[in-house]
Design a binder for this molecule. Structure first.
Ligand code: ADP
Length: 534
């Protein structure tokens, strides 16, 4: 067979060539924009040429600090297509982490949304490698800013060469993108994605048994484009010529519901927090969301109650998936096999709430002290993954790399069971498991059960040191507005579902569970808070 390279350049060229009429709808601070792939294709070429003029060379890192919108999408293609590396930076990181990762990646140019300029202005004197800043606003002129030199994105694109030919000789194994993990687990670690890795991952999103993304979709990634490339959705959607709706800054549940209704979104992707918010919104106000064929939910465990509410109450299909920054990120996805569709509803839900089956192209196994675990849905071990879109090291971090990438496998730090059908279920992160009297208690299972209670909005379970049992679980609970529930009622509810020693020793009522920059429960902070309170 021919050995032609799989590159991001060929994805945007395909959209430009074959889907010139299809649209990208983008919400920015300036309003709603509608562009065709023909427009986007030209603007991408113009941006590549402008970056070249600014001195960006093959292999250089170019950072973005931006929401989900068309300019960010253009950067997704312009930067790798000229051979440079798209470094998507998490806008919610604290200043010290921003400084660390911009310096560690040695970003040469930064593209920044107008409302995020202050984040960079504050640290500009501590990021010496950055040679130029570009503000991604509507205007041709730059706003008042201490950043220097600062260019206006729209001015660069207007002046750039719209017929620019992507001349860079790109090997499919060359770096195309990079992203730092969002540090639920310590200092951010850099993951570099190759053109080939992104291309193969993008194809996997199009498989009928995975996300089934296709030309006929109206795809709205809510997961931020700075978080594992919005799970790769914008790459696939562009390559396949799908219509895209990019929801832009501060996309509150009301805005999401309106966008879905207006543009007849067929598929969307985001973390459970997003869907809990949307659920609240659609239960309060009326929307027509009948266009949706699938909501993808991942990043942390989707509570069964959430899946149940979307599917059974609102008729919106809800698909649970699992992955991590290191895995581009899709690894597993929960769907029923053909012979399972006649199972009783509860049995079907209990399969679909798992993280699911490994997607074609990847290998997994799980190990514990006794070796590889049994596929019986009970035996627990750490999940290991390998495959062509799995990172094999952290960027310039040999110590962390050795810990995580060993014997040809990525060691995920996620403890799982695997059932007879091959479905993976995340029991916990290794460090969040609660070890009581030498036995493991899964905080995730308790949380899912709690969030399945109709009076409970959010719940997180953490460990407390215990003189007798070493650790005991404590539940932190946020009730729905206007609901009254006592600690005793909550514990009795759990007692009916779990063996006695799994039931938490205490219930703490909170206004909000602290979350990471990407909306996951911040267990470390919560643990400290709870330990101070009790
Ligand atoms: P960070 O490691 O900084 O949190 P990631 O976004 O890469 O950043 O997180 C990946 C982790 O998120 C996984 O290792 C796993 O623990 C968790 N995760 C992702 N998807 C799911 C899911 N569907 N269910 C449970 N946990 C999940």
């Amino acid at each position: 067979m021919m050995n032609t390279p799989l590159t991001i350049t060929s994805m945007i060229e395909r959209a430009e060539k074959y889907f010139s009429k299809k649209k990208v709808i983008s919400r920015t601070q300036g309003g709603i924009h509608e562009l065709t792939y023909k427009d986007i294709g030209k603007r991408v070429r113009a941006l590549s040429s402008a970056l070249e003029e600014l001195g960006v060379e093959q292999g250089d890192r170019v950072g973005t600090l931006a929401w989900n919108h068309h300019r960010h999408l253009e950067a997704y293609f312009a930067i790798p297509s000229m051979g440079a590396v798209l470094h998507t930076i998490n806008i919610r990181l604290p200043a010290e982490h921003l400084i660390h990762i911009i310096n560690h990646a040695e970003d040469k140019v930064l593209l920044v949304d107008p409302d995020l300029l202050p984040l960079i202005e504050k640290i500009a004197d501590q990021i010496p490698a950055v040679k130029a800043f570009i503000v991604m606003g509507e205007d041709f002129y730059v706003p008042e800013s201490s950043l220097d030199p600062l260019y206006a994105y729209e001015h660069l694109v207007a002046e750039g060469d719209k017929t620019y030919e992507y001349t860079a000789q790109i090997d499919e194994n060359d770096p195309a993108g990079m992203c730092y993990t969002s540090a639920t687990t310590g200092k951010p670690k850099g993951v570099v994605y190759s053109h080939r890795g992104i291309a193969l991952h993008s194809m996997s999103l199009g498989l009928a048994d995975t996300a089934a993304l296709s030309e006929s979709d109206v795809s709205m990634p809510v997961v931020p484009m700075f978080h594992a490339n919005a799970w790769g959705v914008p790459f696939s959607a562009t390559w396949f010529g799908a219509t895209q709706v990019l929801p832009g800054p501060y996309a509150a549940p009301k805005i999401l519901a309106e966008l879905i209704e207006t543009y007849k979104v067929t598929t969307s992707a985001g973390v459970p927090t997003i869907w809990l918010g949307l659920l609240k919104e659609i239960e309060t106000n009326n929307y027509d969301l009948s266009s949706i064929r699938a909501i993808l939910c991942g990043g942390s465990a989707a509570p069964e109650g959430l899946i149940r509410a979307f599917e059974l109450k609102h008729g919106i299909p809800f698909i649970h998936a699992y992955g991590m920054t290191e895995t581009t990120p899709l690894v597993t996805l929960a769907r029923l096999k053909s012979y399972q569709s006649d199972l009783p509803e509860d049995d079907r839900l209990s399969i679909r709430k798992k993280q699911g089956l490994v997607v074609p192209g990847l290998d997994i196994k799980a190990i514990n002290d006794s070796g590889e675990i049994k596929h019986d849905g009970e035996d627990m071990g750490e999940l290991l993954i390998r495959g062509p879109w799995i990172a094999d090291e952290y960027y310039r971090d040999p110590d962390k790399s050795v810990e995580t990438f060993r014997d040809g496998w990525l060691h995920t730090g996620d403890v799982v069971t695997i059932d007879e059908e091959g479905n993976v279920e995340i029991v916990d992160r290794t460090k969040d498991l609660i070890k009581s009297g030498g036995e493991w208690i899964s905080s995730v299972e308790l949380e899912n059960a709690l969030m399945g209670h109709e009076g409970i909005f959010e719940a997180a379970v953490v460990s407390m040191p215990d003189p007798k049992w070493q650790e005991r679980p404590v539940a932190c609970v946020v009730l729905h507005e206007g609901v009254e529930l006592s600690k005793e009622e909550i514990l009795a509810y759990l007692e009916a579902k779990f063996v006695k020693w799994w039931v938490p020793d205490d219930v703490i009522f909170m206004e909000e569970i602290p979350k990471t920059s990407v909306g996951k429960f911040l267990k470390r902070t919560l643990r400290d808070q709870v330990r101070e309170m009790v």
